[in-house]
Design a protein around this ligand. Structure first.
Ligand SMILES: N[C@@H](CCC(=O)N[C@@H](CS)C(=O)NCC(=O)O)C(=O)O
Length: 238
């Protein structure tokens, strides 16, 4: 399996966590992909076009051995977890399942809000939209407060935990210096349960495999294009 993803390991990637928890780490070929474009639509870091495999052109994307391509991190993690026979991160049914899915949605939306703000920070300060920060920040704060209440219940690690872990980790320890409303926001402040929970879960081997560890393989656009082409070839021949 090939996982196309942005190899920034300053935050926790839930797709990597779930792959590792499912015992699939060794079967995963990670393909570094930098999908971001500048305001003129040019790739910021070279040519990492995902559009032949995924119409949204976003990462992560998982290409299976038969050429099937899954995108949307929620689809990918559910697929990876479904390969497990026991101890799945998706509770099978009932209240626990809905609670885990609810927290997965919370964590993923937290992540998307944080990505939105960090992309806004690419603009010169005078071009950044204060209204965007005013719209997004209350969502981030309310999500963190909900996560604090949940973390105080000494929860099991499930798919919702993996989602929250990714979202919280993306905020960084000190937030962004460029944020118009909350520069250097510290999510830990006033949230002791979430802070303790976070420190405990990042010790999991599935997190330690990548968090704050630089990607040390090939990251060139040519490498990326080779892998895209390999998937297209499989699809052509099947
Ligand atoms: N809902 C998507 C969001 C993924 C996402 O936001 N990916 C960003 C990188 S963090 C991306 O590929 N952006 C490139 C683009 O929007 O063209 C998921 O969970 O998979």
């Amino acid at each position: 399996m090939r996982l196309f993803y942005s190899p920034f390991h300053s935050f926790v990637h839930k797709t990597l966590v779930v792959a590792h928890e499912a015992g699939l780490w060794e079967t995963l070929t990670r393909v570094p992909t930098f999908p971001f474009r500048d305001l003129n639509g040019r790739f910021v870091t070279g040519q990492y076009d995902m559009s032949k495999l995924a119409p949204l052109g976003k990462v992560p994307c998982l290409a299976l051995e038969d050429g099937t391509v899954l995108y949307g991190s929620q689809t990918i993690v559910e697929f990876l977890d479904a390969q497990r026979v026991t101890n799945r991160l998706y509770p099978p049914d009932g209240a626990k399942r809905w609670d885990a899915l609810r927290r997965l949605a919370l964590g993923d939306t937290l992540f998307e809000c944080a990505v939105q703000l960090s992309m806004e920070a690419w603009l010169p300060e005078e071009a950044r939209r204060r209204t965007l920060y005013e719209w997004v920040w209350p969502k981030i704060v309310a999500t963190l407060d909900e996560a604090e209440r949940w973390a105080a219940t000494n929860p099991d690690f499930d798919i919702g935990s993996a989602g929250l872990l990714q979202g919280v980790s993306y905020l960084g320890e000190e937030g962004s210096t460029e944020d118009l409303l909350h520069p250097r926001y510290r999510w830990r402040d006033g949230r002791p349960a979430l802070s303790d929970w976070y420190d405990a879960v990042i010790q999991r081997p599935s997190v330690q495999t990548h968090l704050n560890i630089d990607y040390d393989g090939e990251m060139s656009p040519e490498n990326h294009q080779r892998h895209v082409q390999a998937v297209l070839d499989i699809r052509k021949n099947r």
